[in-house]
Design a protein around this ligand. Structure first.
Ligand code: GDP
Length: 291
């Protein structure tokens, strides 16, 4: 989802010399294959968006895979980018790197100030390692490797599999199916109380290009909209847009996860970038497009 959005954004800007590989063509977890790829191609700029990702259930179920695949991918790509003198690398993480009970909105300096949310701890630890790796390669080898931490994303090429997806695509699918099949209710996980911030992936892609051109510092930058909603509000919003008239039932046997994950976007704001895409407006557009 992120990789293809970054590609669309760069194409729109007029860039042409892309070196692309699908996950099938190049398994980034395999050290020798990544080494061979970097040896053969001459990469100048690397957008490291590849990762094993998923929603709350996937993160909690495939804990070992999240903690194996992600460090393997980022270690291989970051290290080979150093060996082959890549001019600049952008590493993408996630807002779940922050402590579960960090003050809100989340400022970059809250990293590693408290316990992580248990449901996504393996993923968070992998992503924190990626940030630290970019910084260590900058310190020890002088590499211009930067990191950005996007909030929850949605948009084209999202995962709609109900067992592994994030909440937003899951709810679009659930309300659609309930409407078409005339189901009396839709099951939504948890209590509905957690708050989440949702950003369209095209917004993130725009921020990635901005950071690649303008940011050259250690640490990382939050990327978000600065606005959040409760899961209940999100569910109501999607129900209304889809035009479903049944009930919402809360399945409290499923976890809520972190109570709130709202990004403080003032660092990016001060640099001169802000999110352009409104959640409700874009959801209306995307959902109506799917009909
Ligand atoms: P998180 O941001 O890492 O917690 O990941 P998710 O996007 O998977 O979940 C966000 C919140 O939405 C959690 O509180 C979930 O319990 C809640 N949620 C409600 N219904 C669903 C659903 O059908 N799928 C998912 N993935 N989450 C849901």
């Amino acid at each position: 989802m992120v990789g293809s959005a970054v590609l669309r954004r760069l194409q729109k800007e007029g860039f042409k010399n892309f070196i692309l590989r699908s996950a099938k063509e190049l398994d980034l977890r395999v050290q020798r294959d990544v080494e061979e790829f970097f040896k053969q191609e001459k990469l100048d700029y690397v957008f490291l968006a590849a990762a094993k990702v998923g929603g709350i259930l996937a993160n909690n179920t495939y804990r070992a895979e999240f903690l194996y695949d992600n460090p393997m991918i980022q270690n291989n790509v970051i290290h080979q980018s150093y060996v082959h003198k890549v001019k600049k690398l952008l590493f993408l993480g996630s807002s779940c790197i922050y402590p579960k009970h960090a003050p809100q909105p989340l400022k970059e300096e809250y990293l590693l100030t408290g316990e992580l949310e248990p449901t996504n701890e393996p993923y968070a630890i992998a992503k924190i390692a990626g940030i630290k790796m970019c910084d260590a390669y900058r310190d020890q080898y002088g590499c211009n490797f930067i990191s950005a931490m996007p909030t929850n994303l949605y948009g084209p090429n999202d995962n709609y599999d109900l067992k592994t997806s994030h909440v937003l695509p899951a709810l679009i699918r659930k309300f659609h199916e309930a409407k078409t099949e005339n189901k009396p209710f839709v099951e939504v996980w948890g209590t509905g109380a957690p708050r989440r911030e949702f950003m369209h992936v095209d917004d993130l892609a725009d921020a990635c290009l901005f950071l690649m051109e303008k940011y050259d510092k250690p640490g990382f930058v939050n990327v978000g909209t600065g606005v959040d909603v409760t899961i209940k509000e999100l569910a109501e919003m999607i129900r209304e847009i889809v035009g479903y008239e049944g009930e919402i039932e809360w399945d409290t046997s499923k976890p809520d996860g972190t109570p709130r994950k709202l990004m403080d976007v003032s660092r990016l704001d001060e640099m001169g970038w802000e999110s352009q895409i409104d959640l409700k407006e874009r959801l209306r557009w995307e959902i109506e497009d799917r009909r």
